[in-house]
Design a protein around this ligand. Structure first.
Ligand code: PRP
Ligand code: ADE
Length: 175
């Protein structure tokens, strides 16, 4: 079975969550399968083998799950990009819209050094609003967006198109 088939079989569609009309992709069943978690982390790293990466940035909250595992496998630092008000030290902020609302992301201003190549990881790409905001944070710190890595990229919301302005490196294990 391909990785894409495995992911599609295990991810659960939840209708009308968190709002009516949204079909929510629930990745929590993946987390119950330790073997699959290892395979996903390896597959994410293999897709990125040609990409220069100094840091992996994962987006709260579901981007933390495999983001840290990926950084560990690539032997690079992990940086959490969090929702507003959660990080304790000095931060920079960026607001954005997503499929079912709006929010603000923050990163510690000393988390990423100027010129570092930062791979942005999240569990899922929908409209792209979240990772565009994360990309703007990285650029505000004079760092480089090395690329994007997702477990699932939803095709129908055209999120992929919005990322080309920052990097051509855009990888997902399933759509
Ligand atoms: C979800 C998902 C991505 C984002 C994708 O996170 O984990 O971060 O939405 O949507 P977009 O491409 O339209 O921006 P959510 O904001 O629901 O937060 P959570 O991970 O804390 O549940
Ligand atoms: N984030 C944005 N849209 C989503 C969806 N349909 N399922 C899970 N996470 C999401």
């Amino acid at each position: 079975m391909t990785m894409e088939t495995k992911i599609k079989q295990i991810v659960r569609d939840v209708n009308d969550f968190p709002k009516p009309g949204i079909v929510f992709k629930d990745i929590t069943p993946i987390l119950k399968d330790a073997v699959l978690c290892g395979e996903i982390t390896t597959a994410l790293a293999m897709q990125l083998s040609a990409v220069k990466i100094d840091v992996v940035a994962g987006i709260e909250s579901r981007g933390f799950l495999f983001g840290m595992a990926l950084a560990n496998l690539l032997n690079v630092p992990f940086v959490p990009i969090r929702k507003a008000g959660k990080l304790p030290h000095k931060t920079i902020q960026q607001s954005y819209d997503l499929e079912y609302g709006s929010a603000t992301l923050e990163v510690h201003e000393d988390a990423i050094l100027p010129g570092q190549h930062v791979l942005i990881h999240d569990d899922l790409l929908a409209t792209g609003g979240t990772v565009v905001a994360a990309s703007k944070l990285i650029q505000k710190l004079d760092a480089v967006v090395a690329g994007y890595s997702f477990i699932i990229a939803l095709g129908f919301l055209n999120g992929k198109d919005r990322l080309k302005a920052f990097s051509e490196n855009n990888f997902a294990l399933a759509s």
